[in-house]
Write a protein that binds this ligand. Structure first.
Ligand SMILES: NC(=O)c1ccc[n+]([C@@H]2O[C@H](COP(=O)([O-])OP(=O)(O)OC[C@H]3O[C@@H](n4cnc5c(N)ncnc54)[C@H](OP(=O)(O)O)[C@@H]3O)[C@@H](O)[C@H]2O)c1
Length: 258
């Protein structure tokens, strides 16, 4: 069914994958609200797509999420699609003591806690409007990229959480979708060495995702994510070690800041 006529909130929608989906959703006839931490990035997105509605909000901060939910409920009571997209990634060496224990788990705060908390803060509205939740995980939910170990763990956690969420809401008229992108060219992957992995553009990811979303697929695994899914089941030891070998060179060494 055509994905139009919705009111959609995209967290982390001021850049990269979130912005590409926000622009496409607008184009398909939806009202779209985006969030992000940097007002400057939200302003840039608004200048490019004037119909976007922007709200500064930090998915790593529970009080910021509560304020976002209160604002959305009063200004946009028709909200029926939540896309939990905000995410951060860091390369980390687990063999060295972290000099900042808060920073060590920053990906947990945004990627997994942000997804769980935003969903909970808006679940009454999404249920009332018989809506859709789209959680953005990654192909790395199946096989960790060893150089980004905590990021990969958050994506595996989102996969598990989303599976439970789908079962719990299936009788309540809420559809729960998981989008598992492969490597995509964005700020998040800007430091990946050229040729380290085949990368989609954000537009290619959107083009591969929308038909699956409209066809009712609930676990969308574009490109290499589908290969990782099958290899993690058929040859898990092989594919785990292959990603380790391919990413070992990017594990930070002592003395180099993470
Ligand atoms: N790029 C890839 O290869 C890839 C592959 C698989 C999955 N993904 C997932 O796709 C999602 C988007 O990634 P991307 O590649 O588009 O990253 P990106 O280009 O770095 O964009 C991230 C967006 O999220 C916002 N953001 C970051 N932390 C936030 C927070 N705490 N609260 C609210 N907004 C926040 C950023 O704006 P501010 O910094 O201003 O907040 C920005 O708008 C992430 O969940 C990522 O894990 C990406």
């Amino acid at each position: 069914m055509k994905f139009s006529g919705h009111t959609i909130l995209v967290t982390g929608g001021s850049a990269g994958i979130g912005l590409a989906f926000a622009a496409k959703f607008l184009d398909m006839g939806n009202e779209v609200i985006i969030t992000g931490r940097r007002q400057s990035k939200l302003d840039e997105a608004k200048a490019r797509y004037p119909r976007l509605i922007t709200i500064e909000s930090d998915a790593a901060d529970a009080s910021s999420i509560a304020a976002l939910a209160a604002e959305v409920k009063s200004r946009f009571p028709t909200l029926d699609v939540l896309m939990n997209n905000a995410g951060v990634m860091a390369l980390r060496n687990l063999g060295l003591p972290a000099d900042d224990l808060d920073r060590l788990t920053s990906e947990v705060d945004t990627n997994i806690n942000g997804t769980i908390r935003t969903t909970s803060a808006l679940i009454d509205l999404i249920r009332a409007n018989k809506g859709t939740i789209i959680n953005v995980s990654s192909g790395l939910a199946y096989v960790p990229l060893t150089s980004a170990p905590i990021y990969s763990a958050t994506k595996a956690a989102i996969h598990s959480y989303t599976t439970s969420l789908r079962f719990q809401l299936e009788d309540q008229g809420v559809r729960v979708v998981e989008l598992m992108p492969p490597a995509v060219k964005t700020e998040l992957t800007a430091d990946f060495p050229e040729g380290a992995a085949p990368m989609l553009t954000t537009d290619e990811l959107v083009s591969a995702t929308i038909p699956a979303l409209e066809a009712g697929v609930d676990e969308i695994r574009p490109g290499q994510s589908n290969q990782l899914h099958w290899m993690s089941r058929l040859v898990p030891a092989f594919i785990n070690r292959t990603l380790f070998k391919n990413s070992r060179a990017f594990i930070p060494v002592a003395g180099r800041p993470e």
